[in-house]
Unconditional design. Structure first.
Length: 267
């Protein structure tokens, strides 16, 4: 009986050893294939056929910008090399993050790496709605912002102007409020023709191709309980703009804030 038990133990041990050897052999083969594959990709990826210049990436640039300038800005901000290996692992993700970091980009829709040697990037851009005069030495300078107040560089369009403050002090709250208000009104700009915005975040004043000054008040969504809502103000403003050509109230003030009725102050 002891002899049979010993034989079984020896037989089982041999099968366990054989299984371990087989498993180690398979693992070694898989590691070798992975290493060889990585070395092959690295070798191939270094050749010109499997690389692309960052400047050759296919994308539509933001309004008013040249594609070459936009790509140069993205590359500089992300510190990516001037040539990219198309077989690099995670390349699409790195490019997506690089483009998403640019202030003009609202979101990255797709990064596609396609043979032979092509990279296509599809982006959704922010829309500038307001020019902002930033105070500073020598009279300051102008930038353009979107409806959230995000800076989009030097103005590229003829947009309503907002003065961000006097001297060296910049009123960022007022800038965000003005940008949000003008962004709300932007779909109606072809009827309103707003030329500039003044005031503070609590009391914004609109000026345009109409007589006098229109007191808008707080930005949409920030109104106090005793203040008319943005939709009500918009309807009043559109009505006032439609009647404006027949008026002669050059110095008048038209206040939209009252929830009951707009207030008129004659010149």
């Amino acid at each position: 009986m002891d002899g049979i038990r010993s034989a079984v133990v020896r037989w089982t041990g041999r099968w366990i050893v054989a299984g371990l050897v087989l498993a180690l052999g398979v693992a070694l083969i898989l590691v070798t294939v992975a290493v060889v594959g990585k070395m092959t990709r690295a070798g191939i990826g270094g050749s010109g056929r499997y690389t692309i210049a960052f400047a050759d990436i296919d994308c539509m640039p933001p309004p008013g910008k040249q594609r070459a300038d936009f790509l140069a800005e993205v590359q500089y901000q992300s510190s990516l090399p001037s040539r990219l290996g198309l077989l690099e692992e995670g390349l699409a993700a790195r490019l997506g993050a690089a483009f998403a970091h640019h202030p003009w980009v609202e979101r990255v829709e797709r990064v596609e790496i396609a043979p032979p040697g092509q990279v296509h990037v599809r982006l959704v851009y922010r829309a500038p709605v307001l020019r902002v005069r930033v105070p500073g030495l020598g009279g300051g300078y102008e930038v353009q912002v979107d409806a959230a107040g995000t800076r989009l560089g030097l103005p590229t369009q003829d947009l309503p102007l907002f003065d961000a403050g006097d001297g060296e002090k910049r009123d960022d709250r007022a800038v965000r409020a003005a940008a949000r208000t003008v962004g709300f009104l932007q779909p109606y700009q072809d009827r309103l023709h707003i030329t500039s915005v003044e005031g503070t975040a609590e009391r914004l004043v609109l000026l345009g191709k109409w007589p006098g000054r229109v007191v808008w008040g707080r930005a949409p969504g920030a109104e106090r309980p005793a203040e008319a809502g943005a939709r009500q103000k918009l309807q009043r403003l559109l009505s006032y703009r439609a009647r404006a050509p027949d008026t002669r109230l050059i110095g008048a003030v038209y206040d939209l804030r009252s929830p009951e009725r707009p207030a008129r102050t004659p010149p």
